[in-house]
Design a protein around this ligand. Structure first.
Ligand code: ADP
Ligand code: ZN
Length: 529
């Protein structure tokens, strides 16, 4: 085998320089690589862009036999293998995109001991065919990439990953290295348990991304807000804009193009060749903006992405961190910008409450959204908040929006009571449920058709909110939702009280709200009441 750790270490450094052309290891890479070369199991937690690949590629080159890499990123395997072959690494892959002939060729290479690395789609390991193929060759290590896919309640569960525990039973002596960028303690524990990695050493790289400026602002006119950001700060820069739906991806890309910004859409509904073309343009060109659903970006390695913008609220902090982490891999200043509004909260809560799956599952989804909302509404440093979520301590970064312009908080008890009383009045009607729009109209005293139709102008709360504008009310309602003082029910997004609402209505609980930043000029915050 590879001999002592020291020898392995020297050899590893030689490979890093000779094959990959880098001078030195980054973060915990060296320790991980030495550990795996020496035959140890490892669980590696490293943020996106941290350099996980080398952690198994170098041991695979140093140890005898072929390193088997399990990865769900089938679309990227060809690129990964091409890149490795370009620097002289003997790599191949087996997945469903190949025909029989191509597969045979790779299998033959593996059996002849002519591969340093073999990439496999997880579903390959379901059948006995691949297992027995592996048994007939020589495996140096197993690398399980995107290992969080084994976590049942995680944001990216893949059932095929559950079968990976069989690797250990069949090849108990071969080191395994599981890698992920998802860092919560719960996911951690679940990976170790499901992959039978109880004895593995854990390596945790810092999740801190000091060159990323985190900014979250209220969503009023998202496309215009985005355009302003691009024009004032990111003219000609490459970036990614994430939207939740395919339709809004299309609309946003068209909007940007109409406004003179080079942008292309990317989502799973586009034909594969179009998607591939847009992706490769993004990788090759200098200043292209990709507007995408979260289908875009897994494994994308472009160092000079200057901004990542979210036009919709991500479903979890893990997702948010992973997506924003695609910005600034080159270490230069970059922006992570998110616009988020009342409708995001209502929509996500609604989706969860009407989702299939049991209550336990819904509870997990709720916890994910709540964690995301907590970041949006925090009055503290965004980066500290993020790091804290991932189990790290930090000090105020001085670079995020809340550090640069600390948001004032204000006593929102009275406005909160006005909203909650209106919800109570509407709730008494039973027959029909109403959402945030109707509540705002009532508070503002607007005689809309729907208000008149339901005699809502006769309610005692009609017009009691004329002291604030529509956007302020939407902000209040959004924050009440985020704080759990209001809940969303049913497919129409009806607002209902929660057990804690009564404390506010009864004057036993103060409500602190985050003061929304001054709105940029152009539109009046006051409604048209
Ligand atoms: P991850 O899988 O953790 O997202 P990658 O393995 O794709 O990250 O690495 C991200 C980028 O960093 C790649 O371009 C890679 O070549 C580069 N990289 C990794 N390790 C080093 C290193 N020690 N020195 C310089 N660049 C590195
Ligand atoms: Zn900060």
């Amino acid at each position: 085998d590879a001999g002592g750790g020291g020898a392995g270490g020297d050899e590893a450094l030689r490979v890093l320089r000779r094959v990959f052309g880098y001078d030195s290891f980054r973060g915990p890479q060296q320790e991980i690589i030495d550990h795996v070369i020496a035959g140890g199991d490892a669980l590696v937690l490293m943020p996106t862009g941290g350099g996980k690949s080398l952690c198994y590629q170098i041991p695979a080159l140093v140890r005898r036999g072929t390193g088997v890499v399990v990865s769900p990123l089938i679309a990227l395997m060809q690129d990964q293998v091409d890149a490795l072959r370009a620097v002289g690494v003997r790599a191949g892959f087996l997945n469903s995109t190949q025909d029989m002939e191509e597969r045979r060729l790779v299998e033959a290479e593996f059996l002849a001991g002519e591969l340093d690395l073999l990439y496999l789609a997880p579903e390959r390991l379901r059948g006995e065919a691949t297992m027995s193929l592996l048994a007939r060759g020589e495996v140096s290590l197993f690398a399980i990439d995107e290992a969080h896919c084994v976590a049942q309640w995680g944001h990216d569960f893949r059932p095929d990953y559950l079968a990976l525990s069989a690797l250990h039973e069949r090849w108990p002596g071969i080191p395994r290295i599981a890698l992920t960028a998802t860092a919560t303690e719960a996911t951690h524990t679940e990976i170790a348990r499901r992959l039978d990695l109880g004895g593995a050493r854990h390596f945790v790289a810092s999740f801190d991304r000091p060159n990323i400026q985190y900014r979250i602002e209220p969503k009023n006119d998202p496309r215009k807000q985005l355009l302003r950001l691009l024009r004032t700060e990111h003219e000609g820069d490459a970036g990614i804009v994430y939207c939740l739906s395919r339709a809004s991806v299309e609309r946003t890309a068209e909007f940007l193009v109409r406004n003179g910004i080079e942008a292309v859409p990317y989502h799973a509904g586009l034909d594969a060749p179009v998607r591939a073309a847009h992706q490769s343009r993004f990788l090759r060109e200098d200043g292209l903006v990709v507007v995408a659903t979260i289908a875009f970006g897994m494994g994308i390695d472009k160092p000079d992405v200057r901004f990542v913008a979210h036009l919709d609220l991500p479903k979890s902090l893990e997702g948010y961190y992973q997506e924003t982490g695609r910005a600034g891999r080159d270490g230069l200043p970059s922006t992570a910008w998110l616009a988020y509004g009342l409708q995001d909260v209502v929509q996500q809560r609604k989706m969860i409450e009407t989702s299939e799956g049991g209550e336990a599952h819904r509870r997990v989804l709720r916890a994910h959204v709540d964690a995301m909302l907590a970041l949006c509404e925090t009055v503290e440093c965004r980066r500290v908040h993020l790091l804290d979520y991932f189990g790290e301590k930090g000090t105020a970064c001085g670079n995020c929006d809340t550090c640069l312009t600390p948001p004032a908080s204000w006593d929102g008890t009275v406005p909160a009571q006005k909203v909650l009383s209106t919800v109570v009045r509407l709730d008494r009607e039973r027959r029909q449920k109403f959402g945030a729009g109707q509540i705002t109209d009532i508070l503002l005293g607007r005689k809309t058709a729907k208000v008149i139709q339901h005699d809502h102008d006769a309610l005692s709360v009609f017009g009691i909110g004329a002291d604030l504008g529509e956007l302020e009310w939407r902000g209040v309602i959004r924050q009440l939702l985020a704080q759990g003082l209001l809940a969303v029910e049913g497919e129409y997004g009806t607002l209902v009280l929660t057990p804690t609402s009564a404390e506010v209505l009864g004057g036993r609980r103060e409500v602190r709200l985050r003061r929304e930043p001054e709105r940029p000029a152009g539109r009046s915050p006051k409604g048209s009441s």
